[in-house]
Design a protein around this ligand. Structure first.
Ligand code: AMP
Ligand code: TRP
Length: 334
């Protein structure tokens, strides 16, 4: 817990919230960096998880793709361990109050905070032909998502740290102007807050094409793992490896108990990079075998997935209505 305020609010409202974009196939970076924590926190908190389609509109413009990927992400999260009996899973646009609250929060958010957000600058560089206003206000909508349910704990990867800092600033600005209303949310990270991609250099990300996908066919997962960049200074098979800089060795930590022995094998050149990649591919496939089966099952019964999402949005209606009534009242809108 980041600070005293958050800790004490958590005692009265032990609620966790996170959002994930319906950006196509989830990769092991999503799971190791965030989804694992979603699953874990279901037992400790009242957990609310959201597929953020409004956010995705800032980069995805194909309606069919949006619909398909929203369902795929829901199935993926359920397959990876979200349990509709222990958490609420819903689609952001099914609770349109999020956009209204985002507007209200925009009026306490200086433009300069948004312009200096690193992810905004990145997006402007990545999609120079589509610098839409949603990219700028993206973090305000994210703050609205969280405070709608007065959540205090937000499981995310490290790349979201700046957004969470901004959420806290927006909360402080609102509370200062209109009186204590929202708790300050804190990010929680896993032991793998930044998972590097197959290039071994940049964070694993769908848009960079350096992912290992959880639900791809087995041979595709193998191909992705075999393409990984390892220790670039290890030229010959007999050169000693450096597990601390090799992304394949680093990932072994999350897929087996014996990584210390594996690392020793690398250091003494008993094993080579190719051996290590084969082993990692096998272990990733084995680790996610159950999830992959559940995913296939859910995708064969899309009405089940849609039902869970609808029930989630319905369940949240009174909570969202209560927050909106409180906020409108405080701002003089009624
Ligand atoms: P996104 O697909 O961008 O909505 O990300 C979903 C969640 O996964 C967010 O909490 C991200 O911070 C997290 N995440 C995405 N990529 C990585 C990565 N390479 N390493 C760790 N966490 C990640
Ligand atoms: N911005 C997050 C991402 O790209 C997704 C997100 C939207 C989110 N709303 C949120 C994350 C609220 C945590 C809490 O991954």
């Amino acid at each position: 817990m980041a600070n005293q305020t958050t800790a004490s609010m958590a005692a009265t409202t032990p609620r966790t919230f996170s959002g994930i974009q319906p950006s196509g196939a989830p990769h092991i970076g999503n799971d190791l960096g965030a989804i694992r924590n979603y699953v874990r926190l279901q037992d400790e908190f009242e957990a609310i998880y959201c597929i953020v389609d409004y956010h995705a509109l800032t980069s995805t413009h194909d309606p069919e793709r949006m619909r398909r990927q929203t369902r795929e992400m829901a199935a993926a999260l359920l397959a990876l361990g979200l349990d509709p009996d222990r958490c609420t899973l819903f689609v952001q646009s099914h609770r349109p109050e999020h956009t209204e609250l985002a507007w209200l929060l925009m009026t306490v958010t200086p433009v300069s905070w948004l312009e200096r957000t690193p992810t905004y600058k990145e997006k402007v560089a990545n999609q120079p032909d589509d610098v839409n206003h949603g990219l700028l206000t993206y973090p305000v909508l994210q703050a609205a998502d969280i405070v709608m349910y007065k959540a205090t704990t937000v499981p995310v990867g490290k790349d979201q740290a700046a957004h969470l800092e901004l959420s806290r600033e927006i909360v402080r600005a609102f509370n200062r102007r209109y009186g204590e209303t929202f708790p300050e949310p804190a990010a929680v990270f896993t032991e793998a807050p930044v998972v590097l991609g197959t290039d071994g250099a940049r964070k694993m990300s769908k848009s960079l094409g350096n992912t290992i996908e959880i639900f791809a066919p087995e041979d595709e997962i193998r191909r992705q793992v075999m393409s990984m960049v390892t220790d670039t200074q290890r030229i010959k098979r007999t050169d000693p490896g450096r597990p601390e800089v090799c992304n394949v060795c680093q990932l072994q930590r999350f897929f087996g108990e014996d990584y210390i022995q594996l690392w020793e094998g690398e250091r003494t050149a008993q094993t080579g990079c190719v051996d290590m990649k084969r082993l990692l591919a096998d272990r990733i496939i084995r680790h996610y075998a159950g999830a992959r089966e559940r995913y296939a099952d859910l995708m064969a019964h899309p009405e089940q997935v849609d039902g869970i999402l609808e029930a989630g949005a319905d369940l949240l209606r009174p909570m969202a209505a209560a927050t909106m009534a409180e906020v409108r009242g405080k701002m003089g809108l009624r």
